[in-house]
Design a protein around this ligand. Structure first.
Ligand SMILES: Nc1nc2c(ncn2[C@@H]2O[C@H](COP(=O)(O)OP(=O)(O)OP(=O)(O)O)[C@@H](O)[C@H]2O)c(=O)[nH]1
Ligand SMILES: [Mg+2]
Length: 370
């Protein structure tokens, strides 16, 4: 028995002509190769062990079991030498679906490159599953993209675990799977078969008999990767997966964007607040400066005004004094003239009598002006 394990990077680098192909040693060209695929825990390894005598590990708990592509020993069936290829199931508890697809497509691509074509694929589905939910449907969708349309006649959808469900309920589910467009109906219409497996060797052989004489056809992923030299990431099967991954990535991106936007908005608000506060402080400082300056100016002006006023007042006082003196002098000379006239005198202004009279008159004038 040969077990092939493909590092996850190999199919990424497909077209697979650069990697050593372990599958080349698997069987002579006349051997019929049939791959067994389906969700984890659907009974693939159990089926292969039962019919081929292989001893693949079978899961007995909730953990996924098969983690690599594994080839059964050849066994005889209906005159043909048959080998079965066990594959890890999607929804593995330890590996991502992308890694599983890498393993499977890595095997399919390299064996196809070596001229080993599959006679068909068995796709396992537990009839005991009372629902074929989104994940099961998506798994089958990936499988469909891996196979392509034209090879569906080489596909058998195997329902098993019939003992786990009341017969009538099982039949109702089988009918629904067969006829409902959300499930297997489109694939069946396109040529796939739906067969029951009852966990016996005879039942397993009856299923394989339906496929061993098929004309091997290249599956879509083999054509994409080998013939069209596409990278695995560009294949339709990966697209189904990457749609999920894309949705998650986009959601993640949106959330990150939202966080970034909020942070930027907060930063902007904080910066704005800081700018406003700074501007406010500057305005206040400027205001203060202007006020201080105004006060100084006012004080300066006040001081200046006071000085001017004092000077003006002094000037005025001097003028008034001068005017008063002139008026007094005028009055004195007017009165002296009146006296001269009254007394018929002609006073010499420098004479003692004139001085005495003048002083007297000044005193009188002063007295009367007060
Ligand atoms: N009742 C019943 N149990 C089965 C049948 N086939 C498998 N089982 C049980 O289902 C469990 C899982 O079986 P496996 O053969 O390991 O399933 P698998 O599809 O190879 O799982 P992975 O390797 O994880 O992908 C085991 O406990 C089996 O004993 C069946 O036809 N009927
Ligand atoms: Mg297994």
């Amino acid at each position: 028995m040969l077990t092939l394990t493909y590092p996850s990077s190999i199919p990424d680098l497909l077209p697979a002509d650069t990697k050593e192909d372990a599958s080349a040693a698997q069987s002579p060209n006349d051997e019929v190769i049939i791959a067994v695929m389906g969700p984890t825990g659907s009974g693939k390894s159990t089926f292969i062990n039962l019919v081929s005598g292989a001893n693949f590990e079978v899961g007995d708990d909730l953990e996924s079991c098969t983690t690599a592509v594994a080839i059964s020993p050849p066994f005889q069936l209906d005159g043909r030498s048959v080998i079965l290829v066990d594959t890890p199931g999607f929804d593995d508890s330890n590996m991502s679906d992308t890694d599983i697809l890498r393993l499977i497509s890595g095997y399919l691509a390299t064996s196809y490159k070596k001229g080993r074509m599959l006679a068909g694929i068995l796709y396992f589905h537990r009839i005991s599953d009372f629902r074929m939910g989104g994940i099961s449907r998506r798994n089958f969708e990936i499988f469909r993209e891996l196979c392509g349309e034209t090879t569906l006649k080489n596909i058998i959808i195997v329902t098993n675990m019939w003992a786990e469900v009341p017969t009538e309920a099982g039949k109702r589910r089988e009918h629904q799977l067969e006829t409902d467009d959300r499930y297997f109906a489109p694939a069946i219409v396109a040529g796939a078969k739906l067969l029951q497996h009852h966990n016996t060797k005879e039942s397993a052989e009856a299923i394989l008999t339906q496929i061993v004489h098929n004309t091997p056809l290249p599956f879509k992923i083999q054509q994409e990767v080998v013939d069209k030299k596409k990278y695995l990431d560009e294949t339709a099967a990966v697209e189904v997966l990457s749609n999920d991954a894309q949705v998650m990535e986009e959601r993640h991106k949106r959330e990150m964007e939202e966080i970034r936007r909020k942070m930027a908005a907060e930063e902007w608000i904080n910066q704005g607040r800081a700018r406003r506060e700074k501007a406010k402080r500057e305005v206040e400082a400027e205001q203060q400066r202007i006020n201080d300056q105004g006060l100084h100016e006012k004080l300066r002006k006040d001081r200046m005004n006071q000085k001017v006023e004092a000077r003006l007042r002094e000037e005025l006082r001097k003028l008034e004094k001068k005017k008063r003196k002139e008026e007094e002098e005028e009055e004195v000379s007017r009165r002296l003239e009146a006296l001269e006239e009254a007394w018929g005198l002609k006073l010499d202004m420098g004479s003692p009598i004139a001085i005495i009279l003048t002083l007297l008159m000044v005193a009188v004038i002063d007295f009367s002006s007060h």
